[in-house]
Ligand binder design. Sequence first.
Ligand SMILES: [Zn+2]
Length: 236
Amino acid sequence: MKKFISLILCAALSISVFTAATDSKAVEKQKIIAIDAGHQARGNSSTEPVGPGAQTKKAKVSSGTSGVSTKVPEYKLTLAVAKKLKKELVSRGYKVVMIRTKNDVNISNKERALKANKKADICIRLHADGVNNSSVYGASALCPSSKNKYVAKLSGKSKKLSEYVLSEMCKASGAKNRGISLRDDLTGTNWSTIPVTLIEMGFMTNPSEDKKLQSKSYQRKLAKGMAEGVDRYFGY
Ligand SMILES: [Zn+2]
């Protein structure tokens, strides 16, 4: 009888191990994603080099834009979406490194990149746009060009990451896709040693896009779409 019970137990155990291994995507995905919620409660105007060995310096963290209708600052929006993106990525089996989880921090763009480099496979920097023309709207992604002085070798992969994350985000949310911009002047990108994209999720200076960006369900769509793009990047 004892032998019989242990046999059943053994069979049950192997079935449950088998199920755990097959029904969860989590098993395959051991990639680590860094999420940098752009800006912080207070900007820091002291400067740092824009890349390794650079003479040119820029402010450690600029203060960002804010909602023309909602008056919500960019740093609050980026953190709200970052948290939703983390949840979505974790549910898909990724590990996530959050560069910040609070608004009241003081982390320069260079420090953000170094923190991501240390642990992650790729980095997603979340931002929203602002311009002196309220009719402009839509989302875009910024990545380094192949002529970048510091991270030229990351250009190809960063471009692929940017394209996938941006297009899936726009598909999921209905945001207008304004395409990729090649930018070699971004400190947080130039200090990277891993593929990196900066996602401009929309224009906070456009009244209707500003309101949409503050909707929790819209934020969830943005996050879901970005996670879909990450899946595509890694070929999942
Ligand atoms: Zn920004």
